[in-house]
Write a protein that binds this ligand. Sequence first.
Ligand SMILES: Nc1nc2c(ncn2[C@@H]2O[C@H](COP(=O)(O)OP(=O)(O)OP(=O)(O)O)[C@@H](O)[C@H]2O)c(=O)[nH]1
Length: 314
Amino acid sequence: MSEEQTSKGGWLSRLRAGLKKTSSRIGDGLVGIFTKRKLDAETLEELEELLIQADLGPATAAKVTAGLAKGRYGQDLGLDEIKALLADEIAKILEPVAQPLNFAPAASGPRVVVMVGVNGTGKTTTLGKLSSAAVAQRRRVLLAAGDTFRAAAVEQLEVWGQRAGVPVLKRETGADAAGLAFDAVERGRRDGMDLVFIDTAGRLHNKAGLMAELQKIVRVIGKVDPEAPHEIVLALDATTGQNAINQVETFKSMVPLTGLVLTKLDGTAKGGVLVALADRFGLPVHAVGVGEGIDDLKPFEARAFARALVGLET
Ligand SMILES: Nc1nc2c(ncn2[C@@H]2O[C@H](COP(=O)(O)OP(=O)(O)OP(=O)(O)O)[C@@H](O)[C@H]2O)c(=O)[nH]1
């Protein structure tokens, strides 16, 4: 087995292990619904309810159930067939959004990526992991510690910078985050970086304060490079389940989001929320986090995720 296959196998088994709580919930539910029963109105209703409980949300659960039932009404299907059909329906929703973050520089200069999200969703960790992945692809990365409010957040980003082997631009606690972002983009251009990753604070005194700060960061970056920021990525914590939907709505109303990352998929029973997010917003899902380590973030793969979600082996 090649090194890539080994690491991919490792990654897939970690994804499966991470999604175990979600997949057990779905798998056990399916056993209860389909053992010795046909695909009829009652079983389909129970399936839809199960998918809602697994955080797919009502609209997506209805869509998946209808897709699965189409042309199969009244049939007697085995459990593995049901799982495979379910995975196919889910993969159909996920495929269009499975788009890895582009690590190539933009035509206008370094690709500027601003990471936004509520406190503790994994912004800093994700940027550390993304930096490491980009370095592995021989990209030159600059990290900017835009959460200037918390000294601990800056320190944490510095630790990640050391681990990934990339420089970290920081300022004293309380410094203007937009000013720091401006400097980071300028320095990134001057130093010939491929990527400038900008961390931001998740919570200010209130929503209006956060909105003003994020909008200022975006505006100021645009003064250095009118095309920037090229990406505004929202980090979402999968353990919050349906609340992730509200977070997308909130951040979308503040800044033009270009993509999502979903963290903490390890050990949550709410992994199905990713399907709801994909269906509802259609925003690219760049990566999923399945642990706290540097290698625990991988480009999101629709089919592998869908099959792991329903508890299929491969
Ligand atoms: N289990 C698990 N933990 C994660 C994952 N991603 C991040 N974490 C942990 O979640 C916690 C919060 O992550 P941070 O990266 O500090 O989150 P943040 O959004 O930057 O938070 P603030 O700095 O408070 O704004 C840390 O303890 C991380 O190790 C993941 O995929 N799985």
